[in-house]
Design a binder for this molecule. Structure first.
Ligand SMILES: [Fe+2]
Length: 353
């Protein structure tokens, strides 16, 4: 273990009687005071937090079970939350980020609400779903990405056939830690005006708007066809990977101010450069089969699996199918704004075997 600030074996308590010592300790407890030299709060954990891997092959049957167990009449949201087995107190998938799978049966809807947490939806299966964000309807087709930024009113409805499933990613644990979480159930009567998606049809062209604008993207839906085209055309990095970010077209900043979202395509036989970062990320496998090294562990993944990349791990990815597409949501932007972000490419020779 690292540094231990607990009291030492040789501490003779200055010759105090046991009764006096007990009285002193009681006074600390009563006054909500913690003597750090008697409390191992300054232990320095060895090694980085461990990532965790959830396989779609395990999860998919649980989605049918969730439909059997409850309905949206009973639940605000029918959500299966991926919960870090190493989490310490606050439920999260990886530190500041939650990843869940949400389910609607045909004809069901998830009622309107709004909250301070930023959220996104990556549609996994089903057709005919609609997410309404600040009053603007967004179709939910497999592969589409839809954001519901913090403060936006949103609801979901399944108007098609078959089970509708999507990945939710939220920064709710961050708000829980900061005490900034606010949840308002029901429809909102003060939704801000929205801008038609057609106002952004031309790449590099944006409307000039009057007055202050929301901190988040006026585009809420990023259709699969659009990001596929952008990803395919993105220049390859030295390791062969192509990556794009989901941005606010008015500013070039991340589409939601505190969550960085990226898509990456990798080809067979060329592992990505090993990267170290202190940001925390959840990775959703959009398509393909491969494996990722996260610190000392290797996760072999397939489509729709989720694994986590806790900060302070060195990470690299390798495709074992013709190609693979990975989606990352991270708290990188939170750390960057706080001037705390540390990222570096790691030479292969410096990595552990
Ligand atoms: Fe929500």
């Amino acid at each position: 273990m690292g540094e231990d600030m607990g009291h030492s074996q040789g501490d003779n308590h200055g010759g105090l009687s046991a009764e006096r010592l007990e009285a002193i300790r009681r006074s600390w407890v009563d006054a909500h005071i913690t003597p750090l030299w008697e409390t191992p709060v300054h232990r320095v954990a060895k090694g980085a937090p461990r990532g965790h891997h959830w396989r779609w092959s395990d999860l998919r049957p649980m989605i049918d079970d969730a439909i059997a167990v409850t309905s949206t009449d009973n639940a605000e949201r029918r959500v299966l939350a991926l919960t870090d087995p190493d989490g310490r107190g606050v439920r999260s998938t990886v530190t500041t980020i939650n990843a869940n799978f949400q389910v609607l049966a045909p004809g069901e809807s998830a009622r309107p609400h709004r909250h301070t947490a930023n959220a996104l939806r990556f549609i996994v299966e089903g057709a005919g779903g609609v997410t309404t964000v600040d009053g603007k309807e967004c179709l939910m087709e497999p592969g589409d990405l839809i954001i519901t930024p913090g403060g936006s009113g949103h609801e979901h409805a399944h108007r098609g056939q078959g089970t509708l499933v999507w990945l939710d990613v939220l920064d709710a644990p961050l708000h829980q830690y900061l005490g900034t979480q606010v949840f308002e159930p029901g429809p909102s009567n003060n939704l801000p005006p929205t801008i038609a998606d057609s106002a952004f049809t031309g790449a590099g062209l944006a409307p000039v708007l009057e007055g202050p604008q929301a901190a988040y993207s006026p585009l809420f839906r990023f259709p699969k066809a659009a990001w596929e085209a952008a990803l395919q055309a993105a220049p390859a990095h030295g390791d062969g990977a192509r990556s794009i970010r989901i941005i606010n077209p008015l500013t070039g900043a991340p589409a939601m101010p505190l969550m960085d979202c990226r898509l990456m395509r990798i080809g067979k036989g060329q592992p990505t450069a090993a990267m170290g970062s202190n940001a925390n990320a959840a990775c959703f496998i959009v398509s393909g089969h491969g494996r990722s090294r996260v610190g000392d562990e290797v996760f072999e993944w397939a489509a729709h699996d989720v694994f986590t990349m806790p900060g302070h791990n060195v990470v690299s990815h390798e495709c074992l199918s013709d190609d693979a597409t990975l989606f990352f949501a991270s708290d990188r932007e939170v750390l960057r704004r706080l001037d705390l972000l540390v990222e570096e490419r790691v030479n292969a020779k410096d990595m552990k075997a």
